[in-house]
Design a protein around this ligand. Structure first.
Ligand SMILES: [Zn+2]
Length: 90
């Protein structure tokens, strides 16, 4: 066994005094009023500081498409719309 520095109950308890859990903090969204962690984009409407950052309607639409299993078809369609000749021009 390795000889270690003197380790008292006081030292142990002093160290563990910082181990307490804190309750989660939430802030109401300015646009929709849903509760979110502070300094994060709203998970309900996708806005931050009164500005829409994430298109949540589009995300929900994509999720529904994925559930139906049609996302592959949609992807293929979008790929068909883009001609390789046009892409090379860009
Ligand atoms: Zn919101």
């Amino acid at each position: 066994m390795v000889v270690r520095m003197r380790h008292t109950r006081s030292h142990t308890r002093n160290r563990r005094s910082h181990h307490a859990l804190k309750t989660a903090q939430f802030v109401a969204c300015g646009k929709c009023g849903s509760q979110n962690p502070p300094h994060t984009v709203c998970s309900n409407c996708g806005s931050y500081k009164g500005r829409v950052v994430i298109d949540m309607a589009g995300k929900i639409e994509q999720k529904q498409l994925r559930k139906k299993g049609k996302h592959k078809e949609a992807k293929e369609k979008s790929e068909k719309d883009l001609d390789p000749a046009e892409l090379s021009k860009k």
